[in-house]
Design a protein around this ligand. Structure first.
Ligand code: ADP
Ligand code: MG
Length: 585
């Protein structure tokens, strides 16, 4: 294009650099709040204002040390920092900031107002500075309390490309709440308050200790169930709280880690925590854990990424094995007896009674023992929903013999083949195919007699609010009422056993997994969730008739051999294979 190579002007350089630090409103909240923490604040108030177009204003007020007038101007200069003097200082870094980039970056892409008065200096007036697009547009003396207030407006007003990448308001709010949760967990000695459009969304007490912070953020019930950990193996100290194995998640987002008061994401440490649980957790499950690592500052290199979310560790292997060992020991010293899967569920081999002819009406369960009774009617309703006429039979003929572990159907084929069928995976396939086939139709819904009420932590409720339209398209009616409380009033017929509110809760909680959030096709992901949660579960007794109906339904799907996740639904042992296994041939 004939463009000459040239050195970019400072404004452009700052805008480009800003992109690395300031990705979205939550990055502003993080940087400005970290400055307040570094300034020794005892309490920090974060006020967020938004309208339908997104976050319009972020205001962070602290009671920290404040700044003198000349410092206040300097603070906006790129690479101006009071926290280090040279690279050697990085080895002993105790503050969250050190790059001197945040305020300059934010001010390059927004309008920032800073009001500050130094603590205990006797100065009567404070300083007010307004910087817009990197230019100081106003500077005055004002009356101000000790401490600092930073107000950020019109974020990305001059970088439309970045503005375009912002997600919906609720997603951005969810990121903000997550940032604040992480900061609160890492700084139990500071009282945090987060307010959105005048409503309090989060509040933690000062010096309440980590457990109190956890209770404030995620509820007293979770906090009470946690197991404390504390082990000192110089040069590292591992403290925090970990969940009992029964409290587990499908993704690692329940593991929060901070190192020397810095909240970080560190896959390898999460993996070490997971490793400590060993076989106490199924392979693809993660615990909830709050890990607080204290390390010699010389072992942690925080200067890896502008957002400082990642760190490099020296002696990493030692650190990881200390984490894993601490978790393992805490669990070993803890009475988890009641966690063991019940014998009856695991080892049960149920040979169901042969059917009496003629076949009973399907609504009447054959087995009558009390415990299984409710489950049986439930499965019956689940199976009846997916009963359909016609369709080609794509599985070999098989006759159910019974169930193993109330999870696998054992069936025999006419040619002597032995089949094991995963009842949940099989029904999931049936449901998935049916929902997918009716994708373009209005989904059939039913109103719940009593709505399912969900109380969610702020981050999750923002995410759910965001999903309401997608859910409506798939037959859910979810209404928000009150703070972080939702009522699920209508659900797709495929999900709705009227009394099984558990399935509905589970379906909703699936919407918060990373897998779901990052799914390229929301509608497809919702279909997966409904299929999984609407399907007959593992660990549920089925009558022979129910087993037979399930197999018949599976046979009429287009791909009966795998579930929607690609796992097998049916495993076959041919007669020849059986003969070989018994050394008959
Ligand atoms: P860094 O935090 O990496 O030093 P920033 O751009 O975030 O860089 O901030 C620049 C400087 O402004 C800080 O080093 C600090 O001296 C001053 N500063 C920023 N925010 C505050 C605050 N809330 N209270 C006191 N000083 C602050
Ligand atoms: Mg900073």
């Amino acid at each position: 294009m004939g463009m000459k190579i040239r050195v970019l002007d400072p404004d452009t350089v700052n805008q480009i650099a800003a992109g690395e630090v300031v990705e979205r409103p939550a990055s502003v909240v993080k940087e400005v709040t970290e400055n307040a923490i570094d300034a020794g604040a005892a309490s920090i108030l974060v006020e967020v204002t938004s309208n339908l177009s997104g976050v319009t204003e972020i205001r962070v007020t602290d009671d920290g040390e404040g700044m003198a007038p000349e410092e206040a101007v300097l603070a906006f200069q790129p690479h101006a920092t009071s926290k280090i003097q040279d690279i050697a200082d990085l080895t002993f870094i105790e503050t969250l900031g050190f790059r001197g980039e945040a305020l300059a970056s934010i001010a390059a892409v927004a309008e920032v107002t800073l009001v500050t008065r130094p603590r205990g200096s006797g100065a009567l007036a404070g300083t007010r500075i307004v910087v817009r697009g990197g230019e100081v547009v106003e500077r005055s003396e004002v009356g101000a309390p000790e401490g600092t207030t930073v107000i950020v407006k019109q974020l990305f007003y001059n970088t439309p490309a970045r503005r375009k990448f912002l997600k919906s308001r609720n997603t951005e709010l969810a990121h903000i709440y997550r940032v604040m949760e992480d900061l609160a967990l890492a700084h139990g000695d500071i009282a945090f308050r987060v307010v959105h459009n005048g409503r309090e969304r989060m509040a933690t007490q000062r010096s309440g200790g980590l457990l109190n912070t956890i209770a404030g953020l995620y509820g007293a019930a979770l906090a009470r169930s946690l197991i404390p950990i504390d082990a000192r193996n110089p040069p590292i100290r591992v403290r925090g709280y970990i969940s009992r194995p029964s409290e587990n998640r499908g993704n690692p987002s329940g593991v929060s880690i901070n190192i020397n008061g810095r909240s970080i994401s560190a896959r390898q440490i999460t993996a070490a925590v997971r490793e400590g649980y060993g076989t106490l957790l199924p392979k693809d499950r993660y615990p909830v854990a709050f890990i607080d690592l204290s390390l010699d500052t010389g072992l942690v290199d925080v200067n890896v990424h502008p957002t400082k979310r990642e760190v490099r560790l020296s002696r990493e292997r030692e650190i990881l094995s200390a984490v894993a060992a601490t978790v393992e020991e805490a669990l070993a010293g803890c009475d988890l007896a009641h966690e063991a899967p019940t014998e009856s569920m695991q080892q049960q081999i149920t040979a169901t009674e042969p059917d009496q002819e003629p076949v009973r009406p399907i609504a009447e369960p054959e087995a009558s023992y009390a415990a299984g009774h409710r489950a049986l009617t439930l499965s019956d309703r689940q199976l009846r929903r997916t009963e359909m006429e016609g369709g080609e039979n794509l599985l070999p003929t098989m006759e159910p013999i019974g169930q193993v572990a109330a999870t696998y159907i054992v069936a025999g084929g006419t040619d002597g083949t032995l089949y094991l069928i995963d009842q949940h995976a099989a029904h999931e396939r049936v449901l998935y195919d049916q929902i997918a086939a009716r994708r373009d139709e209005e989904p059939e819904s039913q109103e719940l007699i009593t709505p399912v009420i969900l109380s969610l932590p702020p981050g999750e409720s923002a995410a759910l609010r965001d999903l309401i339209p997608d859910l409506a398209e798939r037959g859910f009616v979810v209404e928000e009422f009150g703070r972080d409380t939702f009522a699920v009033r209508v659900v797709p017929v495929t999900l709705g056993t009227l009394e099984d509110t558990g399935a509905i809760r589970e379906a909703i909680s699936d919407l918060f997994t990373d897998e779901f959030r990052t799914a390229p096709d929301r509608q497809e992901a919702v279909t997966h969730v409904i299929a999984c949660r609407g399907a007959v579960k593992a660990g549920v007794l089925l009558t022979r008739d129910q087993q037979r109906r399930l197999l018949a339904q599976l046979a009429r799907t287009k791909t009966p051999w795998t579930c929607p996740h690609g796992r097998p639904t049916v495993v076959a042992f041919g007669k020849q294979k059986l003969d070989r296994m018994f050394r008959r041939v």
